[in-house]
Design a protein. Structure first.
Length: 240
């Protein structure tokens, strides 16, 4: 019993010493996505951006969850921590049945994706990877079910002409007011996840290594997106 208590005390000391070397106010974001940067700023952390370069090709028989967790982990591990910052990496994919839809390579593929998703449900999967300077890795995954509008070909044409679909998984953004492709009135999951960074999952992952946000993240996210989120209490409690 004494040995067990001594071991627990030593383990706690090691964790505290590790965290003392981590700059908990600074996040190194391993992504060039402007939407992830936009969302992460809501939490109040100081942020630096250093996009990770990894091959984002799916392996044979890989699921959306497996793919995004592997890529998020690879991105975090490929990004050096600067001045003790915590590295945050993420990867997002659209899962339509058995098909995984990433970013379209051109307008023709974007059109095909938008036509395929129109009037139907699919799932958006985002995985996160947090890495501390000592190599500790924490991962989490968020999945959101999305119903798309039965939008017209003319709406697709206008959206493609804007160029916005080309840097987004599934060729759309839930936040794009120009197009509004999602039936938001029926949406019940994490809005920020569909944008590419489920903020409450980031918060609960950081809490696992003793780091708290500097802002009320759910309130900031709701104010920023205009989406009245009801799922965040379950997410922060670890129940979703």
């Amino acid at each position: 019993m004494r040995r067990a208590r001594a071991y627990q005390a030593l383990l706690g000391l090691c964790v505290r010493m590790t965290l003392s070397l981590v700059d908990v106010s600074r996040i190194m974001l391993a992504s060039g996505s402007p939407r992830r940067q936009e969302l992460l700023k809501l939490a109040g952390w100081e942020m630096a951006v250093l996009p990770a370069e990894v091959e984002e090709k799916a392996r044979e028989h890989e699921t959306g969850r497996e793919l995004t967790r592997r890529l998020a982990r690879s991105k975090a591990q490929a990004t050096p921590s600067v001045h003790g910052a915590i590295v945050l990496a993420a990867d997002t994919i659209v899962v339509d049945g058995e098909e995984l839809l990433g970013k379209p390579v051109d307008s023709a593929e974007a059109r095909h994706m938008l036509e395929r998703l129109r009037g139907r449900k699919h799932v958006v999967v985002t995985s996160l990877a947090l890495q501390t300077p000592d190599g500790t890795l924490v991962q989490d995954t968020c999945e959101s079910t999305v119903s798309m509008r039965d939008y017209s070909q003319e709406e697709i044409d206008r959206y493609l002409a804007s160029g916005r679909p080309l840097d987004k998984a599934g060729a759309y953004g839930i936040q794009d007011g120009l197009f509004e492709p999602v039936e938001v009135s029926t949406f019940q999951d994490c809005f920020a996840n569909v944008m590419g960074l489920p903020l409450c999952h980031v918060v609960r992952s950081l809490r696992r290594i003793g780091v708290e946000p500097k802002a009320d993240v759910p309130a900031a996210c709701i104010a920023h997106t205009g989406y009245d989120c009801h799922v965040y209490p379950a997410i922060l409690a670890g129940d979703a």
